[in-house]
Design a protein around this ligand. Structure first.
Ligand code: SF4
Ligand code: SF4
Length: 320
């Protein structure tokens, strides 16, 4: 359940992000090597129960460009990850809304049954409410191995609903409170797009959590993840091999240095691996059908690489 606000850059110089090897100015484009597969993501499907303003997945009740991945398909990747000793620590599920996938709880059981932690990005609304019994059973069996990261775009109802639509706050809050009351391990994803500063934002989220008895430490950036705003209308620089030193950003901190995501395209016979959660649709970033062949260096040949990862400093992973 992605929360980051990214959109197609309308003013982007059309000469940029064309050649995976070199930038528009002829410099060598930056690449990111896979250092370790710490986190393996599955996109459960692009359908969502709501339509958020500027959802970078364009998820909605109508967008089925990414099909529901099946538990059997997920199992094949779990087998590969387990057998190859990749050092995977956590398996993430994102969408769309993951709880709309009919086999999500079976997948979670498979993941945690092999000893991995599982993370689900959810809007905590009706699709999750429908899985309460199965979630309680997973909680009983696996305890804190399961984390649910709930999107609360803003700590006020008005601004949250400005992004998510009228009436989206009460079911989210009900879902969040239900998770808290039942002892689920929680994280929250918010946005900083309204300004006011991160410290003030965390203080206001903390007040919201205190009011509703939500055990989330708003001062911990690993459990209250605040995503930066992206200026969709702006041009964005390309990242060259020199940028790492100039910007002081190590390539190992990019999500694609430690992650991969599996997606199942509509009507495709089999799923495919892509570098990260941010590029589910761009076929230039397809790395192959299994994890083994996906362990190659990624050329930062997409505006999101610059805007969201290198310059935005954001990460989709919650860390620990
Ligand atoms: S709730 Fe659905 S529409 Fe909203 S950001 Fe998440 S995936 Fe996109
Ligand atoms: S969007 Fe970010 S994580 Fe994805 S390939 Fe580009 S730099 Fe890597």
């Amino acid at each position: 359940m992605p929360q980051e606000q990214l959109a197609a850059p309308s003013l982007l110089d059309p000469r940029k992000f064309r050649d995976p090897e070199v930038t528009a100015t002829g410099e060598r484009r930056a690449v990111v090597a896979l250092t370790r597969l710490r986190m393996l993501w599955f996109n459960t499907g692009s359908l969502c129960n709501i339509t958020c303003h500027n959802c970078y997945m364009d998820s909605s009740p109508l967008n089925d460009r990414l099909a529901y991945i099946s538990a059997a398909e997920v199992r094949r990747y779990l087998d590969e990850a387990f057998g190859a000793g990749w050092g995977v620590e956590e398996i993430g599920f994102t969408g769309g809304e993951p709880f709309m996938n009919p086999e999500i709880c079976e997948m979670l059981g498979d993941v945690m049954g092999r000893g991995w932690r599982a993370l689900v990005l959810t809007n905590a609304m009706l699709p999750m409410h429908h899985r309460r019994d199965a979630l309680l059973a997973l909680k009983e069996r696996f305890g804190d191995k399961l984390t649910l990261r709930v999107s609360i775009d803003h700590h006020t109802r008005d601004k949250h609903e400005a992004i998510r639509g009228p009436g989206t706050w009460p079911p989210m809050l009900e879902g969040l409170r239900w998770l808290a009351e039942n002892g689920f391990r929680l994280a929250v994803a918010g946005r900083t797009c309204w300004g006011g500063g991160e410290i003030e934002s965390r203080r206001c989220y903390a007040a919201l959590f205190a009011e509703h008895d939500i055990p989330v430490d708003a001062d911990d950036p690993a459990v209250l993840v605040l995503f930066p705003e992206m200026d969709a209308a702006a041009d964005v620089p390309e990242i060259t091999v020199h940028c790492w030193d100039i910007l002081g950003v190590p390539p190992e901190t990019m999500m694609c240095a430690t992650s991969r995501m599996v997606v199942k395209r509509k009507s495709a016979a089999v799923p495919v691996v892509v570098p990260c959660t941010l590029l589910p649709y761009d076929r230039r970033f397809e790395l192959g059908e299994d994890l083994g062949v996906s362990a190659k260096a990624i050329s930062l040949n997409h505006p999101h690489c610059a805007k969201f990862c290198v310059l935005g400093g954001a990460s989709c992973s919650p860390g620990r």
